[in-house]
Each structure stands twice: as C-alpha cells, then as structure tokens.
Write a protein that binds this ligand. Sequence first.
Ligand SMILES: NC(=O)c1ccc[n+]([C@@H]2O[C@H](COP(=O)([O-])OP(=O)(O)OC[C@H]3O[C@@H](n4cnc5c(N)ncnc54)[C@H](OP(=O)(O)O)[C@@H]3O)[C@@H](O)[C@H]2O)c1
Length: 194
Amino acid sequence: MKIGIIGAGHIGKTLAKKLINAAYPVILSNSRGVESLQPLVKELGTLALAGTNEDAAGSDLVIIAVRWEQIPEVLDKLKKQLAGKIVVDASNRPNKGAPEKPSTAVVAELIPDAMVVKAFNTLFARTLDAEPTVNNGKRVLFLSGDQPFAKESVAKIITQLGFAAIDLGSLKQAAPVTELGTALSGLNLVSYPS
Ligand SMILES: NC(=O)c1ccc[n+]([C@@H]2O[C@H](COP(=O)([O-])OP(=O)(O)OC[C@H]3O[C@@H](n4cnc5c(N)ncnc54)[C@H](OP(=O)(O)O)[C@@H]3O)[C@@H](O)[C@H]2O)c1
C-alpha cells in the first residue's frame, strides 16, 4: 500500500519516517515543489519519493499534514481525486474563538466523497517520533471516522507502527475530546497489557 503525505513538515516527516520503518512506500509533497524535497527523500531512503500534491493524492491512502490555514486550498484542488479514498486528517485547528463546527466536520465537508479518518493529531510530533514501546506498554494513538472499513485500515497501520490504536467512534463523537485544547489533545498515554 503506497501512502501519500501532503505536507512534509514536523508531522509529515515524522510519519514518513515511521511508515518507511514499517516498510510502507511513501510519496511526500509540500508547497515548494519536488526539488525542495530531495534532501528529505534521500535521508528517508529508497521507499520515499517526492511528488506534487496530485501525485501524493494518487496514493492508496492519503495523509493530510498541512497547517489549518492551508487545508481549504489544498483539499479544494484534490476533491475529485480523493473521492472514494481513505484520507487521514492529522491537522489541528488553532484554538481561537468559538468555532461553529468541529475542525473534522470542516475537513469532511471539503472532501465529501472521501473516507475521512482523524488520526495522528493528538500527539506532538516529537512524541510521535519517540519509541512507541514504553516498558511493556505501547503509546496510544486515537482515531475516529464514519466508515468502519477506513478506520480498520488506519488502525492496522497504527498497530504496525508499534502504537496502540484506540477508536473513539465517529468524527462527531470524537471531536469534543480531540480538538486542540480538549481532553485528549497532547496527551501522551501508554496502554499496558491487562
Ligand atoms: N507539529 C506537531 O507537533 C503537530 C502535532 C499534531 C498535529 N499537527 C498538525 O499537523 C499539521 C502540520 O503541522 P506541522 O507542525 O507539521 O507543520 P509544518 O512543520 O509547518 O509543516 C507544514 C507542511 O505543509 C506544507 N505545505 C504548506 N502549504 C502547502 C500546500 N499548499 N501544499 C502542500 N503542502 C503544503 C509545508 O511545505 P513548505 O515548507 O514547502 O511550505 C510544510 O511541509 C497542522 O495542521 C498541525 O496542527 C502538528
């Protein structure tokens, strides 16, 4: 399964490294173009490729790792290409004012025919980058989404990366605890075998 990562900053790079360690081929894109990504893909090794946003969106599963302000522009151009695909939204909306709807609802409305799964947004990039195994426990990554098949696919990837996947239910159910500044945001939990 090839994974596209749109955004090659803190979160995009960290996820690329983890996915490649788990033997997934990745294609990364950013705003400055393929040339600017060459040093990074060289560092990541032979499973990494640099491409345009359209190249990344052509992958089997696509991760959105751009800042909130970039989301509308990026997704608007990819709306048709992302139809029917699993799109993992790793973004967080800056915590300002009292927004009308959860950020996940905004993302899902921008790409209405995609299967959006919210994941990889609650841990800081540096924690995500750390070893997922802690003693005999596993660091927790939360996910939520409205299509069980899509969530199962993402949970499988999370598990392969060495984390414990915890499904919080639908996008609507999870939003009150996963949005920036809410209960699970930034929380570094470890799940131990019972
Ligand atoms: N950092 C964290 O600890 C953390 C944790 C959880 C979730 N998040 C969320 O993850 C997202 C990314 O955060 P970050 O810290 O990784 O940000 P970042 O380091 O600023 O990286 C953003 C990336 O997005 C790229 N980008 C900007 N405009 C683009 C466009 N039009 N098309 C394609 N790529 C574009 C940038 O490319 P250029 O450099 O070429 O402009 C850069 O590679 C945010 O929504 C953030 O809330 C971050």
